[in-house]
Design a protein around this ligand. Structure first.
Ligand code: GLC
Length: 733
């Protein structure tokens, strides 16, 4: 672990030398509090019995009333647990005290949790925040989450999620930074810095966990957990990039993905875990499995039983077992039978102890009373940051006839159940927020527009309330419809085969349009949606995503024009689901899609994304000119002029793309290689400069050889991956 002092490294070695085999294996065992008591079937079975109706909800609750949480205190006392998923600081201290004061060697536990986009102060889901194209913001929100969670004893975030994802049917696209490896890499670096780098106090930083290693976002047909097959040049040039960047930035842990990659589950994939991650990238931290993933290797068909799966995982480089107790129950015998060398165990334990040492857990294992209460009331600074992140993540998709912004004296019929929810604004994987900190869109709108009246009308599930629709059509001179998905419709195990607006929401929109009043559609969703119909008929569309605790204030601020929307899309939106996967950095093929018949097109759908990567409108307009590209030796010097041709100030995200036009492997039609914010007053023009290192213009082949090949390149600059100026240059490397 090359981030330890010599003294710390010596402490780790000395501890390791004293440990029994049982104690070593204990460090490799992560437990979750399990429900035990009143029933003679595993808890998961009990849940299924209720889900499939074998027992009623009432019977389930009666059984549960006799249950208790098992925190594995006895195993902790015997040194048999290395980590737990617990977030209550009082319980954390209680369990930590057992480990530190009652186990033989007093090795502290590391408490981990899914803190993906905030702890108490929840900020936008990653797909939204990545669209801010503001890496400083991404870092600041991560630092806020680290400080808040460490004050509860959670020193390990199962974040950032770095899965490049191109298929919006996959529900977990919500948790990551979108379809582009360059933006994903900058997001990754920013998050690792934010989580790990403020080491002024053990209370300010946590260990990051890069997940899900790897290729999970390419699950076939967008179905979660599904098999993944891909050419290795696609792997190296896209899916590995954010992980490579984050390891280089100093990430302390990695979580392996559930899926198989080209036939070998990541959990037991020696090539991925040892050859690439630990050897080639030099990753010094530890790898944890995903929940239950070691046991699932039997289901995959790569292991005969639990012990076989455990042996294969340990040999492949899996250092910690999340939630199966397979290491705890079988690894000792595997070592004694000579199936797993003790050196493999020592290496895993050394990595785990080193991260605990790096976190300061040996010297500061407990949460202070003061820290526990530090965020009982959210500091204004944290609320402001959550609002800044929400504002910068909103994307204006359509604004026909300048319907937006709305003057604050307008009579607004606010429609949609989602508008009145303080839960649905939070997004997937947030579990430490409090409702009193959450601002619904309804609250935000009523504060900003006194003439707002709310009419539920309906939402992602259930029927349309006709009376509400009629009253909404009568009252407002404009209708703001908040529609989209429930949080439960994206995130893990939430793939959708049809990613249009769920339920009867399109029908509701049609009824609202039939009132004759102008309709503004505000989307609350966790993935790109198929919006061909909405884009045709709804005059204004705002992508609101799930923005966290300050969503209501942010949406109202944008609709009123108080804040000029500047978010861009980190993921392409299809017109219809059948186009998925759709992404901007695709190969050209020999017959690129066009109106001609014999090209790569659909008979029944458009071939281009409805809204492409990098796209987003403003309340002003921008024009680009004078793209200049100069060969300056080891780099290109690029400049482009952008002018604000509209009537109000704005912040434009100027984007730089490249294309290797002829290479020994086909290359994408565009690859993002830079972006800059340009603040422009009405009429103002700025020339924006980029430096593109020639060493960054290459690509990996299937054997991971990096190629910089002489020849023709194209450079693009503009306001999205589709709207760009282009220039050509011939390069010699
Ligand atoms: C889940 C998810 C992973 C999460 C882990 C712990 O199954 O795949 O992202 O960190 O389990 O909750």
């Amino acid at each position: 672990m090359d981030r330890l002092t010599n003294g710390q490294r010596e402490r780790v070695e000395s501890l390791l030398a004293q440990m029994t085999l049982d104690e070593k294996i204990g460090q490799m065992n992560q437990e979750s509090p399990s429900i035990v008591g009143g029933f003679d079937v595993p808890f998961t079975e009990l849940i299924e019995m209720m889900t499939d109706g074998r027992i009623s909800k009432e019977e389930f609750e009666k059984i549960m009333s006799t249950a208790k949480q098992d925190y594995h205190e006895d195993e902790i006392r015997r040194g048999g647990v290395g980590s737990l998923m617990v977030q209550d600081p009082v319980k954390v201290n209680e369990l930590q005290k057992i480990a530190v004061e009652e186990s033989r060697l007093g090795i502290p536990l590391i408490f981990g949790l899914d803190v993906i986009h905030g702890f108490r102060s929840v900020y936008p889901i990653a797909i939204a925040e990545a669209g801010s194209f503001d890496t400083d913001l991404m870092e600041r929100t991560a630092r806020m989450a680290a400080k808040e969670s460490r004050a509860s004893g959670v020193a390990w975030h199962f974040a950032p999620m770095l899965d490049v994802a191109r298929d919006a049917r996959w529900g977990r696209v919500s948790e990551g930074p979108g379809e582009d490896p360059y933006l994903g890499s900058l997001f990754a670096r920013a998050k690792v810095r934010g989580l790990q780098n403020d080491r002024s106090s053990a209370e300010n930083y946590v260990a990051a966990c890069l997940k899900h290693y790897i290729g999970y976002g390419a699950a076939e047909s967008g179905r979660d957990y599904n098999t993944v097959s891909m050419a290795m040049h696609v792997f190296y040039n896209n899916y590995l990039k954010p992980f490579e960047a984050a390891v280089d930035e100093g990430a302390q842990t990695v979580m392996a993905a559930f899926n198989d990659l080209n036939g070998v589950p990541c959990t037991v994939n020696r090539f991925l875990l040892r050859d690439i991650l630990k050897d080639s990238l030099g990753f010094p931290g530890f790898v944890v499995s995903d929940a239950n993933a070691i046991r699932e290797c039997v289901v995959h068909g790569i292991a005969e039983d639990d012990e076989d799966a455990g042996v294969k995982a340990a040999l492949a480089g899996m250092d910690m077992d999340m939630g199966t107790e397979i290491y705890f129950k079988h690894l000792k015998k595997a070592v004694e039978d000579g199936k797993v060398p003790v050196g493999v165990i020592d290496e895993a334990v050394r990595r785990i102890l080193s991260v605990k040492m790096w976190l300061g857990l040996f010297d500061h294992p407990y949460v202070s009373e003061e820290a526990m209460n530090r965020y009982a009331t959210l500091p204004d600074e944290h609320v402001r940051l959550a609002r800044e992140a929400a504002l910068k993540s909103i994307v204006l998709l359509k604004n026909e006839g300048g319907l937006l912004p709305l003057s604050r004296d307008r009579k607004i019929s606010l429609v949609g159940n989602l508008a009145d929810s303080r839960e649905e604004i939070i997004g997937a994987w947030a579990m430490s927020w409090r409702e009193e900190d959450c601002v619904s869109i309804r609250q935000g709108m009523e504060e900003m527009f006194p003439g707002t009246r709310y009419f539920p009308c309906g939402g992602p599930e259930g029927d349309i309330v006709m009376d509400d629709v009629l009253r909404a059509g009568e009252y407002g001179d404009v209708i703001v419809a908040v529609l989209g998905e429930l949080v439960s419709m994206s995130g893990e195990a939430s793939s959708r085969a049809d990613i249009s607006l769920p339920g009867r929401q399109r029908e509701l929109l049609e009824m609202l349009l039939e009132t004759g009043k102008p309709v503004v559609l505000v989307l609350m969703n966790g993935r790109p949606l198929a919006l061909e119909w909405e884009n045709l008929y709804v005059p204004a569309i705002v992508e609101g995503w799930q923005l966290g605790i300050e969503m209501g204030h942010a949406v109202a601020s944008v609709l009123s024009g108080e804040f000029n929307p500047e978010g861009r899309l980190s993921s392409s939106f299809p017109a219809v689901t059948g186009m998925c996967p759709v992404y901007y950095n695709h190969m050209n093929t020999g017959r690129p899609a066009s109106k001609s018949k014999f090209t790569s097109r659909y008979l029944d759908a458009p071939f281009d994304a409805l809204y492409p990567f990098g796209y987003g409108l403003s309340y002003t307009q921008y024009e680009y000119s004078d793209l200049e590209v100069a060969d300056a030796g080891d780099r290109l010097e690029i400049s482009v002029t952008v002018r604000n041709t509209g009537s109000r100030e704005g912040r434009e995200t100027v984007q730089l793309y490249m294309q290797d036009a002829a290479a020994s492997l086909v290359r994408p039609v565009k690859e993002l290689r830079g972006f800059r914010k340009a603040e422009l007053a009405p009429g103002q023009a700025k020339t924006v400069h980029f430096e593109l290192k020639k060493s960054d213009m290459g690509f990996y082949d299937n054997e991971r050889n990096y190629h910089l090949e002489d020849g023709l390149f194209r450079i693009f600059a503009g306001g999205s991956s589709r709207d760009c100026l282009a220039a050509e240059i011939r390069l010699k490397f």
